[in-house]
Design a protein around this ligand. Structure first.
Ligand SMILES: *Cc1c(COP(=O)(O)O)cnc(C)c1O
Length: 357
C-alpha cells in the first residue's frame, strides 16, 4: 500500500505507532488476557489510564493546580451547553464571538440559558477573519471564543484580553501551540481533531470558578459532579480515552506542545507561501487570521480543478476537499501530519502551475 497523506479535518490523522498500539490493545491488552474494550472501566488498569490521561493533559498544557481535567461524552456540541450551564448565572449574560459555524452553534446553545451579547462577528465576510472585539464588560459572566475555526481556516493569533474570564472551544487547535491558561475558566474540545479518536470531549476547568451560577444543573451537565467522581460518573468512552493517552504520550516524546508548535508553524508556512506565490491559487482566510491547523484555499480558475484533483489524488493525498460552506480546498494539518506530507501537496501545486499556468 502506498503512503496516504491524510488531510482529514476530523476525525483526524493519528501517529502510526499510536494506531498500532491501540489496535494491539483492542485484541489483548498488556497481558490482561482481555481486550481493553471488554473489561470494566472500574478495573485498576483502566482507572490508571484515566488518571494518567488527565494528569498528562494538565502537564502538556501547563495548567495551574486549580485546573481539573475531565474526559466525557457528547462532543464539543454538548460542551456548548455544558459551558453555559456551569458559567452563565441564572438571569445573567455572557459575551460570545461569532467566528464560524461552531461559534454560532455555541451561541445558539447558550441562548437556551441566558442572554448572549455577540461582541464580534465576521459572518458577513463568510468568516474569513477574526473580527475586532466589541465591548466586553464586568456585566458579562465570561467571553466565549472559538480559538480555531476549523471550517474557515481562521485562528486567534493571540487570545483576547478582557476584564472577564475566557471560556474557549479549542477543539481544533488544542495541543498544537502553547498559550497562557491564566485568563481561562474553561477550555473544552472534542478530542477527534488533534488529540485522539472520536468519542471523548476534554474539559479543563478552573475548579475555583465552578458552582457560582445559582443553577440547579442536571447531573451529566454539572462539571462538579464529574470532578467528584474523577471523570467516572458513568461509563467513560474507554477506547477514545485510552487512544488519546497514547497520542499524548507520543506528543510528550516529540518534546511536548512547544516543540510540536514549531513543526506546525513550519508546515503552515510552507503551504501558505506556496498559496501566496502560485498564481493559480488564492487563500480564503485573511492575513493575520490564518490558521496553522486548517488551511483554506481555492483555485483562481475553476477550469484547473479536474487536473488538480487528479494530481493530488494520484499523489496519495486524502481529505483535501473544502467544507461546503467555503468550497475549494482545506488542508487540515494536525499534529500527526508530517512536514513531508505538506511537501507532497506543495509539489503537486507547483506541478499544476508548470503544466497549466
Ligand atoms: C468539530 C468541531 C466541533 C464539534 O465537535 P463534536 O465533538 O463533533 O461535537 C466544535 N467546535 C469546533 C471548533 C470543531 O472543530
Amino acid at each position: 500500500m502506498s503512503k496516504i497523506h491524510n488531510y482529514s479535518a476530523g476525525p483526524c490523522i493519528l501517529p502510526p505507532e499510536v494506531l498500532q498500539e491501540a489496535a494491539d490493545a483492542v485484541r489483548q491488552w498488556e497481558g490482561q488476557g482481555l481486550s481493553l474494550i471488554e473489561m470494566s472501566h472500574r478495573s485498576k488498569p483502566f482507572v490508571a489510564v484515566m488518571d494518567e490521561c488527565r494528569a498528562l493533559t494538565k502537564e502538556l498544557l501547563g495548567l495551574p493546580d486549580r485546573f481539573e481535567v475531565l474526559y466525557l461524552q457528547g462532543g464539543a456540541s454538548l460542551g456548548f451547553l455544558t459551558a453555559a450551564y456551569n458559567f452563565l448565572p441564572e438571569g445573567g449574560r455572557a459575551a460570545y464571538t461569532d467566528t464560524g459555524t461552531w461559534a454560532a452553534n455555541a451561541i445558539k446553545e447558550a441562548r437556551h440559558l441566558g442572554d448572549v451579547d455577540v461582541v464580534a462577528s465576521s459572518k458577513a465576510e463568510n468568516y474569513n477573519h477574526i473580527p475586532t472585539l466589541g465591548e466586553v464588560h464586568s456585566g458579562h459572566a465570561y467571553l466565549h471564543i472559538t480559538t480555531n475555526n476549523t471550517i474557515y481556516g481562521t485562528q486567534y493569533a493571540e487570545m483576547p484580553k478582557v476584564p472577564v474570564p475566557l471560556v474557549a472551544d479549542m477543539s481544533s487547535d488544542i495541543m498544537s501551540r502553547t498559550f497562557d491558561p491564566e485568563p481561562f475558566a474553561l477550555i473544552y474540545g472534542g478530542v477527534q481533531k488533534n488529540m485522539g479518536p472520536a468519542g471523548a470531549v476534554m474539559y479543563a476547568v478552573d475548579r475555583e470558578r465552578l458552582g457560582a451560577t445559582g443553577r440547579n444543573i442536571p447531573s451529566y451537565l454539572d462539571l462538579n459532579v464529574h470532578l467528584s467522581k474523577d471523570s467516572m460518573f458513568n461509563t467513560p468512552p474507554v477506547f477514545s480515552v485510552f487512544t488519546t493517552l497514547l497520542t499524548l504520550r507520543w506528543l510528550q516524546a516529540q518534546g511536548g506542545v512547544a516543540a510540536i508548535q514549531q513543526v506546525n508553524e513550519a508546515k503552515s508556512a510552507l503551504l501558505y507561501s506556496e498559496i501566496d506565490r502560485n498564481p493559480l491559487f488564492v487563500g480564503h482566510a485573511l492575513m493575520g487570521s490564518r490558521s496553522h491547523m486548517n488551511v483554506t484555499f481555492r483555485l483562481n480558475h475553476e477550469e484547473h480543478a479536474a487536473a488538480f484533483d487528479k494530481s493530488w489524488n494520484e499523489a496519495g493525498i486524502s481529505g483535501l476537499k473544502g467544507h461546503r460552506s467555503v468550497g475549494g480546498y482545506r488542508a487540515s494539518m494536525y499534529n500527526a501530519l508530517p512536514l513531508e506530507s505538506v511537501q507532497v501537496l506543495v509539489d503537486v501545486m507547483k506541478e499544476l502551475e508548470r503544466t497549466q499556468g
